[in-house]
Every structure is written in C-alpha cells, then in structure tokens.
Ligand binder design. Structure first.
Ligand SMILES: NC(=O)c1ccc[n+]([C@@H]2O[C@H](COP(=O)([O-])OP(=O)(O)OC[C@H]3O[C@@H](n4cnc5c(N)ncnc54)[C@H](OP(=O)(O)O)[C@@H]3O)[C@@H](O)[C@H]2O)c1
Length: 333
C-alpha cells in the first residue's frame, strides 16, 4: 500500500511516499481503508523526535493519528463492526499510520462516523475532540455555570473545546489573534482576548479550569487566573509524575517528569490550585458521545484546509506553522 513514512527523526524532516506492506490485523482490530486523515501537532512532534521517551517508535514509521474511512476486514474477536461500516477513530499508540491507504484500529477505539459529516470532516475530529473531552469532561468535570479558560481558541483543540464547554453550560474565555476573533465568537466564546493587544492575566480572574496548550510563561500566568481549588490542565507540558505512572514509564523517565514539573507543581500548591498534565488516549466510547453531540448539532467541525494525499508533507508544514484555523486534513481516497 502507499504510505507516507518517516525514516529519521528530525525537526522539519519531510515524509517520503513509499510502498509498504499492508498492516497485519490482530484479533481485536479492524482494518480501515483510509478515506481521510487528520493532521495533528502530535505528528509533527513525533517527527521532531520530541516524544522519543514517551512513545519510543521504531523507524521507518507511518505517521498519522486521525482516520475516517470504511471497514474492509475485521479481526476474529471483533463484534461491533463489519465490513462496509463507515467509521472514524484516533489510531492507537504504537499502531498509528493513517497517512496510508489502510490502518488497523482496535475495536475499542473506533466509532461509527457521524451521519451528515463528510469523510474529511469526520477525520478532523477524533484526536482534538477526545483531547477536549478528556480534559473538560473526564479530568476537569466541568459543570454548568463554571468558568473555563481555553487557550488558542482558533486551533484544532480550541475550536472543538469552546463548543464542548458551551454545550456543558460553562462560561468560556479564550485567546486568539485579531484575525480570528470573529471565528471564536461564532463558536460561542463569551470572553475573547486578543493576545496581540491584551494580557489575559489582567482580564481573567477566579476561573474554575484552565485548558493550557501554550508555553511555560503562559503556564505560570495561567495559574494566577484560577480561583482557589481550581484546576490547570495542561496538554503542552510539563508532564507530571502521575502521568509517568499512568504510562508505566521507566524510573529515569519518571524522574525527568518529576524534575521538569517540580516548579509548576510548587507554584500551584502555593496558590491552592491543581496541576495536571493530560496526554489524550484513543477511546471509542467517548468518540460515540462526541458523535451524539455532532449529530445533535451541538458541535460542528472547523476545517481550515484539505490537502490531496500526495501533498501530505505540505499539510504537515502547514500544521507546523502553528497558524491553522481549526483542522488540517488529508484526502486519501
Ligand atoms: N497532550 C495532548 O494529548 C495533546 C492533544 C492535542 C494537542 N496537544 C498540544 O496542544 C497544542 C495545541 O494543539 P492544536 O492542535 O490546537 O494546535 P494548532 O491547531 O496547530 O493551533 C494553531 C492555533 O494556535 C493559535 N495560537 C498560536 N499561538 C497562540 C498564542 N500565543 N495564543 C493563543 N493562540 C495561539 C493560532 O492562532 P493565531 O494564528 O490567531 O495565533 C492557531 O489558530 C499543541 O502544542 C499540541 O501539541 C496536546
């Protein structure tokens, strides 16, 4: 099958189109013919080599985490899906590879594609949708009437998280640049801070939850907009020791995590707020909840650009720019 592979780790290293063997299917997996693949910052960070400690992949590697497509084969223990089903998923860690014609996905990570969405729209959802769900619903337990600050509202995670938080009944503040103010307002943001002209710390106070996705300087400031007992959930680091335990990381990796996050954990304790690092996971059951919200009209995909399969490296470069408004998708079939 045709696939885009990473042969060596390295910043901005381009993927190469290659002929690869079709993946062997395990008993609990289905083989999906990829129609569209979402492109994520995670693909770019893995390519850079930034995740070598957490996700030690062997090269060559087919990149790509998000898929929408059609089931063409099912493993012997699969019960919920059959050939011909239209599905979508965040591919499983160590089984990724959606920048290809076929990808295996565990039954437990898969859901039927939301009705009414194109394959490209469906492929834009899983990784960012599950990230927002796991941050706001699972970890944050965000409730009606609470206040949440979602950073980078115009990005892949932000465009989904704003809509989800509004659906949960929260007041939503977000940051974006001048050009994207109208977009985040349309998605439902109540308080919009143009980071080019305003400092969020002087506008926001007593927030229940911050979904942090930016750099360390932003992290320190974000702790101070929380009320006592509030929670900062970071998806851009530093990883906390609990995360090391969760992924059963070796001792030295856990030590690195402990040291990297010591400063922010100390500051959080001093302010009486919580700090958690989240690394999203594939989850078919949560994806079905997301499907329900999409089919009910509460959440809609926000797509910036769709690239043809041959232009997957250009799609990666565009995501790398950090300027995408919503999601970037590759049309494979
Ligand atoms: N831990 C996890 O499980 C997990 C999961 C998903 C994502 N992430 C991480 O979360 C971060 C965001 O991911 P993403 O997919 O949403 O990225 P993305 O789609 O590439 O984000 C691009 C957006 O970020 C905005 N932006 C850039 N700098 C900003 C700033 N200083 N303040 C506010 N907005 C800013 C840009 O808006 P302007 O053009 O207006 O600046 C653009 O719309 C990345 O670091 C990613 O690696 C982690």
């Amino acid at each position: 099958m045709k696939a885009f592979i990473l042969e060596r780790y390295g910043k901005k290293r381009a993927l190469r189109l290659a002929d690869m063997l079709e993946p062997e299917l395990r008993d609990d997996e289905v083989l999906v013919q990829v129609h569209a693949a979402g492109v994520n910052q995670l693909d770019a960070r893995i390519r850079d080599g930034a995740f070598k400690l957490i996700l030690p992949y062997r090269l060559p590697l087919i990149l790509g985490h998000d898929v929408a497509g059609v089931v063409v084969k099912v493993g012997s223990r699969v019960r919920q899906f059959k050939s011909g089903d239209e599905v979508y998923a965040r591919a499983d860690d160590f089984r990724i590879g959606t920048f290809a014609e076929f990808v295996p996905v565990k039954e437990a990570s898969l859901a039927l594609k939301p009705q009414g969405l194109t394959m490209e729209e469906a492929a834009s959802i899983p990784l960012v949708g599950l990230t927002a769900w796991q941050a706001l619903v699972e970890q944050g337990e965000l409730k009606k009437g609470q206040k949440v600050f979602i950073q980078a509202g115009s990005g892949g995670v932000g465009t989904f998280a704003i809509q989800l938080a509004k659906q949960l009944g929260a007041t939503v503040a977000t940051t974006t640049s001048t050009a994207n103010v109208a977009l985040v307002k349309r998605l439902g943001a109540d308080v919009v801070i143009d980071y080019k002209t305003q400092d969020f710390e002087s506008v926001l106070r007593d927030y229940d939850i911050v979904l942090h996705s930016q750099d360390g300087k932003t992290l320190a400031k974000s702790l101070r907009v929380l009320k006592r007992g509030g929670q900062l959930i970071s998806i851009s680091g530093p990883p906390a020791p609990e995360f090391g335990k969760e992924i059963a990381a070796p001792g030295f990796v856990r030590l690195v995590m402990r040291l990297l996050s010591a400063g922010v954990r100390r500051k959080a304790r001093g302010l009486g707020v919580g700090y958690a690092f989240l690394f999203m996971k594939a989850n078919g059951a949560q994806l079905r909840e997301i499907t329900r919200l999409i089919e009910g009209g509460a959440i809609r995909p926000v797509i910036d650009k769709v690239f043809p399969f041959e232009s997957t490296p250009e799609a990666m470069t565009y995501v790398d720019s950090g300027r995408a408004k919503g999601k970037v998708v590759v049309k494979v079939k």
